[in-house]
Design a protein around this ligand. Sequence first.
Ligand code: NAP
Ligand code: ZN
Ligand code: ZN
Length: 349
Amino acid sequence: MSTPTTVTAYAAPAAKAPLERTTVERRAVRAHDVRITVAHVGICHSDLHQVRAGWGSEIFPMVPGHEITGIVREVGPAVTRHAVGDRVGVGCMVDSCRVCENCLVGLEQYCDEGPVWTYNSVGKDGQPTYGGYAQEIVVDEAFVVRVPDALALDVAAPLLCAGITTYSPLRHWNAGPGRRVAVVGLGGLGHMAVQLAHALGAEVTVLSQSLRKREDGLRLGADDYRATSDPATFEELAGAFDLLLNTVSAPLDYAAYFGLLRTDGAMVNLGLPEEPVQIGLQSLNGRRRSMSSSGIGGIAETQEMLDFCAARGVAAEIEPIRAEQVNEAYDRLLAGDVRYRFVIDAATL
Ligand code: NAP
Ligand code: ZN
Ligand code: ZN
């Protein structure tokens, strides 16, 4: 019979405190559970927002990490989707109600009861959840996806959040041939958005604060790369885009960006600034523009995205780090100094 295990992890003991090496207990494997040895875990800007208690309602100690890849070590007796030795991934969710109208159509991220997040959340068993900055994680098989052989586990890890968070709105808002997409911010999400929008056949422009990363943007598949610090960008590209994917973690001058949309264009906000934002509705009104937001993607769509990336040779560009470099990596992420995702080698935990 399976027993709980104590595993090494990195946790923030309190809001804004540096992460420390510690241990967490993983539950005994239940009938539908999969025990995974974590191989790699990406550092998402959402980890930073939550460790710094930027969104409210944080639970400490907090073990962040929701871009997880690894190998299945043990499966419960009722598991059918995964087997010992499989290469798998876990993203931002580890459970949901499974019976509401959203869960039933594969939109578990919009579950009526709220999904159980991979960390900083409370499971259906009443226990706090701890994320992937850890040696192992135990997850219900329904929330574990397959990592195709063509994707190495380190460069696949960021796909579990940054990949699906950008793939899902690109699909929903029909990014493809004949559509002009602008990606605002070339960070973890942004560098995936550029690759995915390009692979889907859209014409892609990066809107970055400066031209510092221009070579990278063009190499990743952008057709054009403009600096938002240059007022000419907003004049020359007025009315140019069908879709703006905003990946910026801080508030922007939204009205200026609405001006870049053509009639019926949409600005979809993926970045989740810590402060409330203000917009003047007049700036949307002009061309029946819309402003929206989108949260990660469902489990089936996450699998579809991984298969798409494997087939199209798309993966994250990463800076591999050792676990003890995590606090330094947070500081660098906050300063915008990463190309384009820090990924912790879990073997160094
Ligand atoms: P990231 O790697 O830090 O990238 C954010 C990029 O935004 C930066 O690289 C920078 O790009 C730009 N930027 C940063 N500060 C800015 C400022 N003050 N003004 C203008 N541009 C700025 O972060 P990430 O991991 O991609 O996450 C981005 C945001 O998405 C975070 O708020 C995160 O919580 C959120 N998120 C949302 C979801 C969802 O489901 N919706 C999922 C994951 C993450 P340039 O240097 O190119 O300007
Ligand atoms: Zn994330
Ligand atoms: Zn539900």
